[in-house]
Write a protein that binds this ligand. Sequence first.
Ligand SMILES: Nc1ncnc2c1ncn2[C@@H]1O[C@H](COP(=O)(O)OP(=O)(O)OP(=O)(O)O)[C@@H](O)[C@H]1O
Length: 245
Amino acid sequence: MLEIKDLSKRYGETVALSGATIAFRAGTVHTILGENGSGKSTLVKLLSGIVQPDGGTVTLDGRGFSGRGPSDFQAAGFATVFQEVLIAPDRTVTDNILLGLDGLVHRKVPREKRRETAAAALSRFAVTEVPLDAPAGQVPLAAQQLIVLARAVVRRPRILILDEVTAALDYADRESVFRLMRQLAAEGSLLLFITHRMDEVMSLSDRISILRGGKVVRSEDKGVSTPAELLKAMAPQTAEELSHA
Ligand SMILES: Nc1ncnc2c1ncn2[C@@H]1O[C@H](COP(=O)(O)OP(=O)(O)OP(=O)(O)O)[C@@H](O)[C@H]1O
């Protein structure tokens, strides 16, 4: 469904991503695992149209995809939830969720359907109650994280990219987001899940790719390697230190 080939990105002297090649299948949770600085966020930004690659290709449904900006990626069915919580603080929770459907200037969802649509998106996974009419900037950070998740979900994306999104959530919401991820994959979406938490990797993934120093060092189905082997591929030094601890 989605393939990246030899994708590269430099920032000045820093090689953030170097010749990354990964094939992603529809209907799977595909985890990208890597230490800080391994290139995960760069990959996410490249697959959201926020930064442009220096080289390499993105292929969608067998055809070269030459999306240049975020709106091209959105139109093709990509939705990304970034690590940083991006909300319009003075607008209501409902408006913030429907930013996923509204145009920048015109509201596409009619007034009488707005609350209902936002509530339906949240109810797919949020355990915590989020006040729909409150300014989004006034709700707690964990609730803001639920808002940005709902904003992505409301668009029914074919490819949903979640970049370390669960850190701010409490246990019940986190478990519920995981259930939704499995459900969306079962419905045929591709879930790209970025994390460095091994427990989440082992419980959620169908497939795992490991980034180290901007390179894809491994891509395999879950179950092929043990967590210890994955850790070794992700962070050889840490694995070595732990083995002597
Ligand atoms: N805008 C930028 N300017 C300069 N260097 C950058 C920029 N963005 C990322 N880098 C560098 O590129 C490399 C990969 O960074 P990236 O953020 O993709 O890694 P990451 O695996 O997502 O890390 P983290 O988990 O900390 O977000 C790092 O060395 C980082 O310092």
